[in-house]
Design a protein around this ligand. Structure first.
Ligand SMILES: C[S@@+](CC[C@H](N)C(=O)[O-])C[C@H]1O[C@@H](n2cnc3c(N)ncnc32)[C@H](O)[C@@H]1O
Length: 292
């Protein structure tokens, strides 16, 4: 997973050595600050990913970087954020796991529209550059259209990376980014060509807002949700952190609400109060109306 991302920095920095104790300090920073668990075999990869930051922040060695990551002062926030950015993977695309979005559009939204009065709230946790929350917004648009309704759906996209959220808020995508998951009809329907690429229409963007948020922090500041998408992020975390996040998500969900994980992930048995829903070639999870 971690091998997909950006390379190292300028000349010379690749030659800096990373000692075992420095690697351990970086491992410990990543697991404590954002939950990412790196095995002992990833030292070369980490060195490659972080080498460019030595130059950017004028650090002489990985030892200096490791010390900066342990520092409490706010002066080091930029370095810490840059390390998290460099070590996370932002891979995403439109209608990823498309059967999940068919279920959302054809079953989940119609059921919630029927049962709930007022605004429907959706959380795209770890939303990267916005394709996931915007795909949800397109599905909400279609569900409303199909049911002849104008229900208010509010989607919040959160991610730990402020840099990637700037791209998400911008909502302008290259031709290549659009080609990943969008058919030509959807592209024509929801995007306008602009100088930097293709801008997503206001009817889709206005339902979505973005907020920087670390999944290790308490969720209460975000409120409660009818639907949560938490896909392709838990794979980086330990089983313990994954269980904790999912059980707190279950608490943030309204009774009868739904959680979508990525198609390869399962719900730990210790997360009570959810039942698996079998859809058409997909499964997802529903919060029971009452449990204990
Ligand atoms: C592979 S992308 C998944 C994007 C989207 N959910 C999807 O499935 O297409 C993983 C995202 O998780 C974010 N991430 C990693 N650790 C995080 C944390 N502790 N809190 C919030 N977001 C995190 C990364 O910045 C990255 O954008």
């Amino acid at each position: 997973m971690l091998s997909e991302k950006r390379g190292a920095g300028g000349k010379g920095v690749q030659n800096k050595e990373m000692e075992a104790n420095e690697y351990k300090m970086i491992q410990s920073f990543l697991s404590q600050s954002c939950g990412i668990v790196l095995g002992d075999s990833k030292q070369y990869l980490v060195k490659n990913r972080l080498a460019g930051l030595l130059q950017t922040f004028d650090l002489a060695s990985f030892a200096e970087l490791a010390v900066a990551l342990q520092a409490k002062s706010a002066a080091y926030t930029k370095i810490k954020n840059a390390v998290v950015d460099a070590m996370t993977t932002n891979e995403t695309f439109w209608f990823r796991d498309d059967m999940q979005f068919s279920e959302l559009k054809d079953r989940v939204f119609p059921e919630i529209f029927e049962k709930k009065l007022g605004t429907i709230k959706v959380w795209s946790a770890a939303c990267s550059s916005g394709q996931e929350p915007y795909t949800i917004s397109m599905c909400a648009e279609d569900a409303n259209k199909k049911m002849g309704q104008t229900r208010n759906v509010q989607i919040i996209g959160t991610d730990i990376s402020e840099t990637i959220l700037l791209e998400a808020k911008d909502a302008v995508y290259t031709e290549m980014a659009l080609a990943r998951g969008l058919d030509s009809e959807t592209k024509k329907r929801f995007f306008q060509k602009t100088h930097g690429g293709y801008k997503l229409n206001n009817e889709i963007t206005r339902k979505v807002r973005f907020q920087q948020f670390n999944l290790l922090k308490p969720f209460s500041v975000l409120g409660r949700f009818d639907i949560i998408f938490c896909r392709n992020v838990l794979i980086y975390f330990s089983d313990e952190v994954k269980r904790d996040i999912l059980s707190r998500m279950e608490s943030s969900l309204e009774p009868g609400g739904y959680i979508f994980l990525s198609s390869t992930e399962s719900m730990p048995v210790s997360v009570k109060g959810l039942e698996a829903v079998r859809g058409r070639r997909v499964h997802y999870f529903k919060k029971r109306l009452c449990h204990r």
